[in-house]
Design a protein around this ligand. Structure first.
Ligand code: HCA
Ligand code: CU
Length: 397
């Protein structure tokens, strides 16, 4: 067994038994920061920023980068430039099921077009004002148009999660028979439980044996769980954005998905995990949007340890309170000194400062921290340099 995988098994312990072990099936990542991400309120990229994000995503190793050339002239040019850059990732031009949008994608020199058409009755009735039959015919005719112009085509069954399952099957089957290359199964308003997402993907897969994408919105905070359920059901590609940004509360977060896949499923993708931190910092710089500190995986607090008992344990083995080594993601482990420091934390601090100490002194310092009542006082990065300064560790609490 691979050494890293063994570490993972140790960090998961018996959780593996409840989780059912590793899955070991790779999956592709389509990042939609430049399309779905820009639909997030308050977020707009410049052309230079779109290119920079595209390059970084490509270097990170995502399989596809989605962008919509139909939004504006600036988006059109960004899409065209990204295609011209000949990145390793496929540039997916996203647009409506309209011939004019296919023409726009062609003018960008796109090879891959992703078009969306609603399939739920609520959308057909109130958004598009068409019947189910018209919706299908319209989509098939644009699919045919796009294919006849040499494009590879993905069709998104928008609002699939709220649509009639029988109609979804018919729609998917017709697309398959018309040679669609991929079908995207979105949970457009975040209406799925993980078990529901699993069944939805199975439903589409049974009707159309083509590669399936899943695109999960986070309206109830389930976008990661639902993307993983879709993956378990056999989806071949998952949509993500940096920071999970997107329309309303966004979609599955890129870092959370790839890290959950690694930790819980033992699946290491061909991506540069250690670059994730830089990528997230880049987003924060461009959008003046702070990744919330308690956000899983990339939040600032994710690898900070504060309670005295926790500090004592991680000094012996960080896995006691961490599933993943922060360095793996380009992040740092930190210790927070506060009134919760406890005698082990106090002893550690004294040693870092070069002060030999015994239990009495450590207890006095811990008491001093407690009586200050000033909350968090400072943080220290727990790196090898700091560790070297410590001679002995971890007296009993
Ligand atoms: C949208 C709809 C979409 C499309 C997803 C996809 C959704 O905002 O235009 O093409 O895979 O959530 O249904 O983002
Ligand atoms: Cu969406």
């Amino acid at each position: 067994m691979h050494e890293e995988q063994q570490d993972l098994e140790e960090s998961l312990g018996f959780a593996q038994i409840y989780n059912g072990g590793f899955f070991n099936k790779k999956v592709k990542i389509l990042d939609s920061t430049l399309r779905e991400g820009e639909q997030a309120p308050g977020i707009a990229f410049t052309k230079r920023q779109r290119l920079q994000i595209g390059w970084m995503l490509d270097y990170l190793g995502v399989n596809s980068i989605e962008i919509s050339p139909i939004v504006s002239e600036s988006h059109f040019e960004s899409c065209k430039e990204l295609i011209k850059a000949k990145l390793t990732a496929t540039i997916v031009a996203h647009g409506r099921a309209l011939k004019e949008d296919v023409d726009t994608a062609l003018r960008c020199d796109a090879n891959f077009y992703a078009m969306y058409h609603s399939v739920s009755d609520i959308h057909l009735k109130y958004k598009l004002k068409v019947t189910r039959e018209e919706a299908l015919q319209r989509t098939l005719s644009v699919l045919d148009y796009a294919k006849s112009h040499g494009l590879q085509v993905r069709v998104t069954l928008e609002d699939a999660s709220r649509a009639d399952p029988t109609y979804v099957r018919e729609f998917a089957k017709a697309l398959y028979e018309a040679n669609v290359d991929r079908i995207s199964v979105p949970d457009t308003v975040g209406a799925m439980k993980p078990s529901g997402m699993y069944r939805l993907v199975k439903n589409v897969k049974e009707a159309a044996p083509v590669p399936i994408d899943v695109h999960c919105h986070n309206d109830l905070g389930l976008s990661l769980a639902n993307a993983l359920a879709g993956y378990e059901a056999g989806a071949d590609q998952v949509h993500t954005t940096i920071g999970g940004i997107g329309e309303r509360t966004g979609i599955t977060d890129l870092s959370q998905f790839v890290v959950a896949l690694y930790v819980l499923y033992g699946v290491k993708l061909d991506i540069r995990y250690e670059m994730l931190n830089d990528l997230y910092k880049l987003l924060e710089e461009y959008v003046k949007y702070k990744i919330p500190s308690n956000q899983p995986v990339m939040g600032e607090n994710a690898y900070k340890h504060k309670a005295g008992t926790h500090i004592a344990a991680i000094l012996n083995n960080p896995m006691a309170y961490e599933l993943v080594n922060p360095e793996f993601l380009g992040k740092k482990r930190k210790v927070v000194f506060s009134e919760l420091i406890g005698k082990n934390g106090a002893s550690f601090l004294l040693k870092v400062l070069g002060i030999e100490n015994d239990e009495t002194l450590a207890k006095m310092v811990a008491k001093g921290f407690k009586s200050l009542q000033l909350g968090d006082l400072f943080e220290l990065e727990l790196n090898d340099e700091i560790k070297k300064r410590i001679i002995t560790l971890g007296e009993k609490e």
